[in-house]
Every structure is written in structure tokens, then in C-alpha cells.
Design a protein around this ligand. Structure first.
Ligand SMILES: NC(=O)c1ccc[n+]([C@@H]2O[C@H](COP(=O)([O-])OP(=O)(O)OC[C@H]3O[C@@H](n4cnc5c(N)ncnc54)[C@H](OP(=O)(O)O)[C@@H]3O)[C@@H](O)[C@H]2O)c1
Length: 262
């Protein structure tokens, strides 16, 4: 029986992925910062404590999980704010959670996969990394960073039977809008544009695809004999990635801004 570890399995995409893995017969570990909280539990999933902002917690989680064949780096913080007003400590926390924690967890679990000659690592990125959006620079940069690590590691790990993919969801209706962290000061000169972007972002999320659909794409990456570098799902991904290949960057930039009322 293969073992999978899904970070951030207490809600949304992570919970749906953990359920899909259980249904496929995997032994599944999930994580939450508060694994004892009512509502965090997913049937059939063994919940471990993990706070990606805390390096010791990442080490302890990897040790508790033991041998893992499939790692889904899903947990993440959704942060918004104009570049000028993002506090340095907020950017640092975001990168600890979305990038450094995921990279460290991968470093700790890859040696076992390599020794056993099989592994799958999936980074849950965001389509915003491919289509950057105003007032979301820190988040866009963090998702581009994990994609960079994943893309580079593919050639390093393929000879050992380890597939590495990035899944870029578009808008997904998980309620993440309520959990975003915001950094836009009262009286900020960016307030109007920020609020407009946010209104559209939240409306897009409310009309977004289901977490189960993203979990289906993650399962495709896990089960592929030769996993692709990038899977995108939601927000008309096939159309917009097609446009990305033919349109000038400035036209794409305008399209993304218009979709968010800017
Ligand atoms: N929803 C979307 O529209 C969308 C679009 C593109 C990409 N994504 C990405 O998809 C992933 C999942 O998003 P979602 O919508 O399913 O979000 P969600 O429902 O808010 O779930 C986020 C998960 O991450 C965990 N988490 C948050 N901060 C953490 C930390 N510091 N350390 C460890 N775990 C932490 C949470 O667990 P606890 O609170 O229990 O610790 C929760 O299980 C994220 O990486 C997000 O950026 C989402």
C-alpha cells in the first residue's frame, strides 16, 4: 500500500485530495496547524500537526509521517496587498509557509522515495503565477517560486522514479476568500484599486470550480506514468494558456487586469 502526505488537509483542495487518495486505497496522512479542532478531521485520514511557518514543526511532521511515496504540498496562505504596503514580516511569513516549508518537507521526504525508486511530488501553485495580478505580488511570487523549485527538480529526480509536477488552479470555491490576509492601510492611495480587485477576486472564487475537480487533476498528476511539468485547472485554463502562447505579454496583462475590474 502506498502512503501519501497531503499538507493542509483540513479544508478545501487538501481535504478533497486526501479523500480522493483514501478512495484510491492509499494510506493517507493529512496535516493541520490544529489537528484536534472539530471539523479538521477527514474520514480515513491520519491528521498530523504542521505549521509550515515553523521549521521545527516541518521536521517533526516529516519524522511522524515516516516513509511517504506521494507528497502533495498544498497548504498555503493567500496574501494580498500593494507592494509598497506589504510589511516585510508578512512577506517573510508567506514565503516560510508557501515556499520554504514546502521545499524543506520535500527535501526531508525525497531521500526515502529515491531509495525505494518511486515517488510523486505535487506542488499546488496558482494560475496567478502564470498570470500575475496587481496587489497580489507576494502571493504570485511565492507560487512562482515553488513552481521554479519543482520545474528544476524534475530532471534531478526523474532518474530515481520520482515525478514532480505543479498543479495551477484558477478560481476554486473553497471559502479561501474568508481566510485571506490583507495589507492595505486605511487611507491608502491604493485603496480603490485594491478594493476593486478584491471584489472581483472574491466573486470569481465564489463562482469557481469545486475542490474535488482540482483534486481530480492532482490525482492525474500522481497516477501518470510520466507526470507532466504543469497541470492547470479552472478559470478557462485551456483557453487562457492558449492565449498566453500567442498574445503579447502587455495584452495578457490587460486581460488579467480587466477580469479583476482594473
Ligand atoms: N481556492 C482558490 O481559489 C485557489 C486558487 C489557486 C491556488 N490555491 C491554492 O490551493 C491551496 C489550497 O487552497 P484552498 O482554497 O483549499 O485553501 P483553504 O481551504 O484555506 O485551505 C488551506 C489549508 O492550508 C492549511 N494552512 C494554512 N496556513 C498554514 C500554515 N501556516 N501551515 C500549515 N498549514 C497551513 C490550512 O490548515 P489549518 O488551518 O487547519 O492549519 C488548510 O488546510 C493553497 O496553496 C492555495 O494557495 C487556491
Amino acid at each position: 500500500m502506498r502512503t501519501a502526505l497531503v499538507t493542509g488537509a483540513s479544508s478545501g483542495i487538501g481535504a478533497a485530495t486526501a479523500r480522493a487518495l483514501v478512495a484510491q486505497g492509499y494510506r493517507v496522512f493529512g496535516t493541520s496547524r490544529r489537528p484536534g479542532t472539530p471539523g479538521a478531521a477527514v474520514p480515513g485520514v491520519e491528521l498530523l500537526a504542521l505549521d509550515l511557518a515553523d521549521a521545527a514543526s516541518v521536521e517533526a511532521c516529516a519524522a511522524a509521517a515516516g516513509d511517504v511515496d506521494v507528497l502533495v504540498n498544498n497548504a498555503g496562505e493567500s496574501q494580498s496587498g500593494p507592494l509598497e504596503e506589504l510589511p516585510p514580516e508578512a512577506i517573510e511569513r508567506l514565503f516560510r509557509v508557501n515556499v520554504f516549508g514546502a521545499v524543506r518537507l520535500t527535501q526531508l521526504l525525497v531521500p526515502g522515495m529515491r531509495a525505494r525508486g518511486y515517488g510523486r511530488v505535487v506542488m499546488v501553485g496558482s494560475m496567478l503565477a502564470s498570470f500575475p495580478l496587481a496587489y497580489r505580488g507576494s502571493y504570485v511570487a511565492s507560487k512562482a517560486a515553488v513552481k521554479g523549485f519543482a520545474m528544476s527538480a524534475r530532471r534531478e529526480l526523474a532518474p530515481f522514479g520520482i515525478g514532480v509536477s505543479t498543479v495551477e488552479p484558477g478560481s476554486v470555491n473553497t471559502g479561501i476568500s474568508e481566510r485571506r490576509t490583507h495589507y492595505c492601510a486605511d487611507g491608502s492611495p491604493y485603496r480603490d484599486g485594491y478594493d476593486t480587485m478584491l471584489r472581483h477576486l472574491d466573486a470569481n472564487e465564489a463562482q469557481g470550480i469545486s475542490a474535488e475537480r482540482v483534486a481530480g487533476t492532482i490525482m492525474t498528476a500522481i497516477r501518470a506514468r510520466r507526470p507532466r511539468p504543469l497541470y492547470a485547472v479552472g478559470s478557462n485554463a485551456p483557453l487562457v494558456f492558449g492565449l498566453r502562447r500567442v498574445l503579447p505579454r502587455s495584452a495578457l496583462e490587460l486581460l488579467v487586469a480587466r477580469r479583476h475590474g482594473l
